[in-house]
Ligand binder design. Structure first.
Ligand code: ATP
Ligand code: MG
Length: 592
């Protein structure tokens, strides 16, 4: 019982949730909806007129009705057509507007979600949900309601004509309609599970496309064509069997409905004939009734189709709101204060962090960093260095303990102002499709002198001078037209222009050849001047010069001190690293 009431409720719930999106366009939506009423109701007029026509023309052979019936039919056709066009246009307009708004809202959400969200999702899932679901949810939304309303009024009007003609036959017709609608009402349950599975498959499909695109070189280099092909085929096979399952579950509906309808019509003809013969109804009444009953097929079928569309759009709406309702863990606290002025101190107090709630990436870390100093993080790969700086920029929030900037917990600092104070150069920097200039300024207003300074600081000046378009040279999606070292320096130029006091460098020069390595190193050295720097250092020169070295091993701080202090320690971790890896080698990376 509760199950039965739940079905329509779900759709209602979904539609109610959409209300805020519909609200701005309510007036137009209502007008559009009203315009559909005559479209539906006018169907019945023709059936209605068949009665006087049959009785006077066909039975009495009178020519009287000829004067007005053709004109009325044409007039109705024209009016109905005009209303139809108007309501179709208005509904499409409202539907498209709402789709846009939902897309914008979803994209906004995407931009506010935190790193933990992106760790969990695959790119295909995001594309599917954020693009297709929005249009399925909203494009269908208004259109479905419109069709439902048209069909409903058409059905009501046709029933009116039928009852006007013969209540006895109408009762039979009601049985037919119930017999048709009942199987339809089981539709949602039938396809619910299969649908959500097929959505997963389609996300998977998108992921394959993305992999083919982003992994093109690796796929060529490692001859992964077969491997990728196999994965893709698995997914398409999954989609195939899923869609067959849906067809199995829904394909029986139409034949069943047909059988029920034909039994009903047979019953009407049988009983109708009896009624005509015993004089209860006239021939015109019967013809008019039968016409109305036949015409009922279109709206009923339409309602059936619309109903399954509503089921689809309800599911899409549910998925859309699943996304809209996600609250990122990292967000602005109410009453968070903006970080103003200089960063004077940074402190990690008993900081622990786990990505998955099980394994600790950082364990009870205590560190303090003074303004204007350079701190180098060294340690084993996977030890937690990148995690350390991710926490400081609040890509993730600490699991335990706290991080203080100027003695304030960073969770109490306004997120935007916190990030305004930090420039980060990542191991792998994302470049946007566009020009070098756009990638350096990132939408900020900067005059030519500022840009030139940043470019020079990042050692990009020579390279840019060689380009025909200079700063306005396009770099391709993700910067594919640049070399690794050039990309790195564009990222460094960004940091120069941002001119934050705190600079975080996840140094990744190990991938570069000696020459570009030296240039990038120079750029990094320039960037580090007169700032507070936390550098994940792979390079002895950087480590040596640092005011403080923190050795992060397996999520814990093994040692801290200056190069000299740490080297003097007997059996020290740093000294062991140093002696094993880069004795006498100024530029050797710290890690293997
Ligand atoms: N997004 C993530 N989700 C789950 N685990 C992660 C994630 N990022 C890193 N880890 C894990 O956390 C640990 C610390 O990783 P981290 O990236 O901080 O190491 P690292 O010291 O920067 O290493 P490297 O020098 O190789 O860059 C590793 O065991 C890693 O597998
Ligand atoms: Mg790292």
């Amino acid at each position: 019982m509760s199950k039965k009431t739940k079905k329509p409720l779900n759709a209602m719930n979904a539609y109610r949730k959409m209300y805020p999106f519909v609200k701005p366009y309510m007036f137009r939506a209502v007008i559009a909806m009203l315009a559909t009423i005559p479209v539906g109701a006018m169907d019945a007029a023709i059936a209605y007129m068949l009665r006087p026509y049959t009785d006077s023309v066909l039975v009495e052979k009178s020519i009287e009705t000829l004067a007005y019936i053709p004109i009325i039919i044409v007039a109705f056709g024209v009016v109905q057509g005009a209303f139809n066009y108007f309501s179709t246009y208005m509904n499409a307009w409202v539907g498209a507007k709402i789709t846009n708004d939902v897309r914008v809202k979803l994209y906004n959400k995407l931009l506010t979600l935190d790193a933990a969200f992106y760790d969990k999702k695959n790119s295909g899932d995001i594309q599917f949900r954020f693009n297709n679901d929005a249009s399925t949810a909203c494009g269908g939304l208004i259109g479905n309601v419109k069709t439902m309303v048209t069909r409903l009024f058409s059905t009501i009007a046709l029933f009116g004509v039928m009852f006007y003609n013969s209540w006895q036959l109408s009762i039979i017709a009601i049985f037919i309609v119930v017999g048709v609608l009942y199987p339809l009402s089981t539709l949602r349950k039938r396809i619910n599970k299969a649908m959500s599975k097929s959505v997963n498959y389609i996300s998977e499909l998108m992921k394959h496309y993305n992999e083919a695109f982003f992994g093109a070189r690796v796929i060529s280099a490692y001859n992964l064509k077969n491997r990728q092909d196999k994965g893709f085929k698995n997914t398409t096979n999954g989609i195939f069997s899923m869609s067959m399952k849906i067809t199995q579950k829904t394909g029986m509906l139409t034949p069943i409905i047909h059988v029920i309808a034909s039994v009903g019509i047979a019953a009407v003809i049988w009983y109708g004939t009896l009624l005509i013969v015993d004089g209860t109804i006239t021939a015109g009444t019967f013809v008019s009734f039968l016409a109305a009953l036949m015409m009922l097929y279109t709206p009923l079928k339409g309602m059936g189709n619309t109903y399954s569309n509503i089921v689809m759009s309800t599911m899409a709406i549910e998925r859309v709101f699943e996304m809209i309702d996600i609250e990122p863990d990292v967000k602005n606290k109410e009453g968070a204060k903006a970080l103003r002025g200089d960063i004077k101190s940074i402190e990690f107090k008993n900081v622990s962090f786990s990505y998955d709630g099980k394994r600790k990436a950082l364990n009870n870390v205590n560190v303090s960093i003074d303004a204007g100093t350079t701190t180098a993080l060294v340690g084993n790969s996977g030890g937690g260095k990148s995690t350390f700086v991710s926490l400081l920029a609040r890509f993730y929030d600490v699991t335990d303990g706290k991080i203080l900037i100027n003695k304030t917990d960073i969770r109490d600092i306004d997120l935007t102002s916190l990030r305004d104070h930090i420039s980060i150069v990542f191991q792998d920097n994302y470049l946007f499709d566009g020009t070098i200039r756009e990638n350096i300024t990132l939408g900020k207003n900067a005059d030519d002198a500022e840009i030139a300074k940043a470019v020079k600081g990042a050692c990009l000046d020579e390279f840019i001078a060689e380009l025909k378009d200079g700063l306005d040279a396009r770099i391709g999606e993700r910067g594919v037209l640049l070399s690794g070292g050039q990309k790195q320096r564009v990222a460094i130029a960004r940091a120069f222009l941002k001119n934050s006091q705190l600079v975080i460098l996840d140094e990744a020069t190990s991938a570069l050849d000696n020459k570009s390595e030296a240039v990038v190193q120079q750029a990094i050295d320039n960037l580090m001047k007169n700032r507070t720097v936390i550098v994940i250092a792979h390079r002895l020169s950087t480590v040596r010069k640092a005011d403080k070295i923190i050795v992060v091993n397996y999520g814990e701080i093994a040692e801290t001190g200056t190069h000299k202090q740490l080297l003097e320690r007997e059996n020290g971790v740093y000294s062991a690293l140093y002696h094993s890896q880069f004795k006498d080698k100024e530029h050797a990376p710290l890690q293997a």
